[in-house]
Every structure is written in structure tokens, then in C-alpha cells.
Write a protein that binds this ligand. Structure first.
Ligand code: FES
Length: 103
């Protein structure tokens, strides 16, 4: 069963950007888009670049290494060279805290 872990205060994740956190031993990238928060694996499914360092556009992140894009809502790979989706995680905001569910 998933457990929610506090990863940051809301203001620690700037609008339109991602940050990487280690949650229960996993590297999770948390993004803020239009004041909503999304969490995916920080590792690109193509060649393991850090997705939290990518540019965010239209609720998608572009991998900084070869330019694949992933939908932050579904994890779907939306541009080559990646074809495998990234894992997504549920996010909850409680007051000023951002929590991510990891099982
Ligand atoms: S490592 Fe992300 S597209 Fe290649």
C-alpha cells in the first residue's frame, strides 16, 4: 500500500520547474505547473538522464539529454527517442507541504 511522504514545502518547487527528491530510496521528480504538482520517476526511460533538469512546456517535460518528452500527468512518452512511459506517483498538498505516494 502506498504511503505519502512529505518531500518539500510548496514554495521550494518553483512554478514551471522540477526538483528531484529521494523518496523511500527512489529518485522522484516533482514538478509544479499552474500551481498543480506532478511526480514522476526522475530517470528518463531512454538513457536515464535526470528529468527534473528538463524544460517544462504544456505539462510535458523535455529530457535534457536527447529531447524525448513525457506527459507529467500520465507519464506517457510523447516524443522520441523514448518510447516507454515513466512511472507516475500520486501527489497530495496539505497546507504548505507537498506529499508524494510511494509504495
Ligand atoms: S536520456 Fe532522455 S531522451 Fe535520451
Amino acid at each position: 500500500m502506498a504511503h505519502y511522504f512529505r518531500v518539500a514545502a510548496r514554495d521550494e518547487i518553483p512554478e514551471g520547474q522540477g526538483r528531484c527528491f529521494t523518496v523511500a530510496g527512489r529518485r522522484v521528480a516533482v514538478f509544479r505547473v499552474d500551481d498543480r504538482f506532478y511526480a514522476i520517476d526522475d530517470r528518463c526511460t531512454h538513457a536515464e538522464a535526470s528529468l527534473s533538469e528538463g524544460v517544462v512546456r504544456d505539462c510535458q517535460v523535455e529530457c535534457p539529454r536527447h529531447g524525448a518528452t513525457f506527459d507529467l500527468r500520465s507519464g506517457e512518452a510523447t516524443a522520441l527517442p523514448a518510447t516507454v512511459p515513466v512511472r507516475t506517483y500520486q501527489v497530495r498538498v496539505e497546507g504548505d507541504d507537498v506529499l508524494v505516494a510511494v509504495d
